[in-house]
Design a protein around this ligand. Structure first.
Ligand code: ZN
Length: 329
């Protein structure tokens, strides 16, 4: 397995190293010297990290912004490969790497050959992520404009089914030109209905994919382990334990912490950014206070919104002109 490595390693010239790298790529072997989140340097899958990579792809292809994914990774406590904080660009770096789909890469480009390592995502999921990364509307609408317009790209036109766009004068417009409607009354209606649903005591039943109690338990476990590490560090600082015991103790707790965080990622990944609101002590209040992108995620998880035409000449807002369908029981 490492024959390629020993054969190419003695080379000292840049040219020979490049040749070796090209040959490795040609043979579908993982490049030397770089470790991707999710793989050991030899290209073996690290399950906990692979799970995080999968969730990053799922959330992005499911409509989350790079910023929302970075914020969520930060909250779960997962670090980047270099131990730093996540940013939209480090999230994009993961999404753009064809090696996750098992495709060999040379000079940043796929060689067209399969790699000899285990893929973490399917080629279909990877290609879907590339299409969304390349979609200019993602930047203009979803990352920018939609911040001010709750339902843009989320509500559907009641006539043709296309996603509504933001339009001047705080309005929504069907891109096919079917209808234009004032945004504020529709947003107020949708938010009111969602908040009322969130206030009901059977919220946990409403979310079969998320075990709210288990998430609370794991969050508690993470807090406890984090506090334990601080205790051990304090013991070491005060000279109560020596360096060897300090390392043994922190390594054990750190391993438990990583496992707990990865369980949290698995549990909360499926509901995306909405999870923060749903797990809050008062979900309805958390929803009202949440940033626009988070509110969008909650609405998207719970409700299908179809905007219908408003009869001409009608004054005031008629709630009947917005069709709301629950996506959950
Ligand atoms: Zn339409």
């Amino acid at each position: 397995m490492t024959s390629g490595r020993s054969r190419f390693r003695p080379s000292s010239s840049v040219a020979r190293q490049k040749l070796a790298a090209a040959q490795r790529a040609d043979l579908g072997r993982p490049p030397l010297g770089t470790r991707l989140t999710g793989y050991t340097p030899k290209g073996e899958v690290i399950q906990d990290e692979a799970e995080i990579v999968r969730v990053v792809f799922d959330r992005f292809t499911g409509g989350d912004s790079l910023r929302a994914i970075a914020a969520w990774l930060g909250e779960t406590g997962v670090k980047t490969r270099r131990g730093g904080a996540w940013s939209p660009s480090t999230v994009a770096t993961i999404l753009k790497n064809p090696r996750y789909a098992g495709r060999a890469v040379y000079n940043g480009k796929p060689t067209g050959k399969p790699g000899d390592w285990e893929p973490i995502v399917t080629p279909e999921v990877f290609d879907r992520a590339q299409r969304r990364l390349d979609d200019p509307r993602r930047k203009t609408h979803h990352e920018g404009y939609d911040r001010r317009h709750l339902g843009a790209g989320l509500y559907r036109c009641g006539r043709c089914g296309k996603a509504m766009h933001s339009h001047t004068g705080a309005r929504y417009r069907c891109p096919a030109g079917c209808l234009i409607r004032s945004a504020v009354p529709i947003d107020e209606l949708v938010c009111g209905v969602v908040a009322a649903r969130l206030a009901r005591p059977d919220l946990a039943e409403l979310l079969p994919t998320v075990d709210v109690e288990e998430v609370r338990a794991i969050t508690g476990e993470i807090d406890r382990l984090t506090a334990r590490i601080e205790e051990i560090e304090q013991d070491y600082d005060e000279g109560n334990i020596d360096g060897r015991r300090y390392r043994t103790a922190t390594e054990k707790v750190q391993a438990e912490l990583t496992a707990a965080r990865s369980r949290l990622v698995r549990l909360t990944g499926s509901v995306g950014a909405a999870g923060d609101v749903l797990r809050a002590d008062d979900p309805a209040e958390a929803f009202a206070a949440a940033p626009l992108m988070i509110r969008r995620s909650v609405i998207d998880l719970l409700l299908e919104v179809r905007v219908l035409t408003s009869p001409r000449g009608r004054r005031g807002f008629d709630p009947e002109t917005v069709a709301l369908t629950w996506k959950v029981a």
